[in-house]
Design a binder for this molecule. Structure first.
Ligand SMILES: Cc1cc2nc3c(=O)[nH]c(=O)nc-3n(C[C@H](O)[C@H](O)[C@H](O)COP(=O)(O)OP(=O)(O)OC[C@H]3O[C@@H](n4cnc5c(N)ncnc54)[C@H](O)[C@@H]3O)c2cc1C
Length: 312
């Protein structure tokens, strides 16, 4: 429903219910324009807090540019960059998107659209598909990841600090002091107040992949993969540099008898202590090595034997 209300006619600050992405962006727009508002959230999670934040300019099986993407994307990026400067964080992470085709028919659809006036500006190049059962791949420009949770948390603190945010569950049937804008996300849709709806339910698995430095988003076969990076790569590298130094590893080994990975640390230890370390060369020679091939073949049998032993 669309209603026009002049600022002068407001009897109370506008209440925004729901501090997901929708409520937060509206609150920022009100804030920038000097519209009085109050932001309220029940703090029980929401889609924006678990979303991958993936932005992909050309979507779906039909390989169509997203609705009005050419106009919306630059506006959205500029909006988030203003918030980055104001809140002191990085929320928008631009990244190429690799669109994979799982079947020949899908690949034919994609290649048939590559030269289209609407699609062409977003297509960087056709590339070799990665190993696996992919028929083709194309790299797109203009995509990226919005760190939604970080943006929401920083915004919440900003508004809370100015008395513009509070935690509460708002009952839709409760009387309102003034205007209300409902930004309840799926909760509102499921309640049916806005009429029929289609809610899609997805699942996200967050994995730590050590040593994997892929800088692109992958989409294909009904799933996607978004590198979320390291929140503080400079700090992480500095930490690794410090904990890997021989002198610190030696201090640690004296206190805990934990084996240093840096062999130079052994030279800094008292010889009697160094010889106790599992990484001492003589100990490494006789160390117990796990034979993964053997375990792959024998694990069920070993588990059975272990259970029998426990019960005997
Ligand atoms: C697992 C998952 C992954 C997703 N990944 C992507 C993606 O990669 N890219 C993409 O574009 N979209 C993605 N989406 C969709 C996207 O997250 C949502 O469309 C978007 O975040 C919805 O934002 P919203 O503000 O409308 O709702 P929400 O984020 O759900 O926010 C609604 C807020 O309102 C609060 N609320 C509800 N009722 C009340 C009440 N009565 N009183 C007080 N507070 C209330 C809730 O607690 C919540 O904080 C994903 C969704 C899910 C579930």
């Amino acid at each position: 429903m669309v209603r026009f209300v002049t600022l002068a006619a407001l009897s109370a600050p506008i209440q925004i219910i729901g501090q997901g992405l929708a409520g937060t962006c509206l609150a920022w727009t009100f804030f920038e324009r000097g519209v009085p508002f109050e932001l309220v959230d029940r703090e029980e999670g929401g889609s924006s807090r678990v979303a991958a934040g993936l932005v992909n300019p050309i979507t779906g099986a039909r390989f169509e540019p997203s609705w009005r993407i050419a106009g919306f994307l630059p506006g959205a990026v500029a909006f988030y960059q203003v918030l980055e400067a104001r809140l002191g964080g990085t929320f928008w992470h631009p990244m190429p998107v690799v669109r994979l085709a799982a079947q020949a028919k899908e690949w034919a659809k994609i290649t048939g659209k590559l030269g289209d006036e609407a699609a062409a500006p977003w297509v960087a190049s056709v590339i070799d598909p990665p190993p696996g059962e992919w028929t083709g791949a194309v790299e797109l420009r203009g995509g990226g990841r919005l760190a939604t949770r970080e943006l929401l948390d920083a915004s919440r603190e900003f508004f809370r600090g100015r008395g513009l945010y509070r935690r509460a569950v708002v009952d839709p049937t409760s009387p309102a002091a003034g205007e209300r804008v409902w930004c309840e996300g799926a909760a509102g849709l499921l309640a049916g107040r806005l009429g029929p709806h289609r809610c899609a339910k997805g699942e996200i698995l967050t994995l730590r992949a050590i040593g994997w430095s892929e800088p692109r988003i992958f989409i294909g076969g009904g799933g996607w993969m978004v590198p979320v990076g390291c929140p503080n790569p400079k700090g992480a590298m500095k930490f690794l540099d410090i904990v890997g130094r021989a002198e610190y590893q030696a201090v640690f080994a004296r206190l805990m008898y934990y084996a240093p990975q840096n062999p130079k640390a052994l030279d800094l230890l008292e010889p009697a202590i160094a010889k106790l370390m599992p990484t001492y060369p003589d100990n490494e020679k006789v160390a117990h090595m796990i034979n993964f091939d053997w375990w792959a073949d024998n694990l069920p049998m070993m588990q059975r034997r272990f259970q029998q032993w426990l019960q005997s």
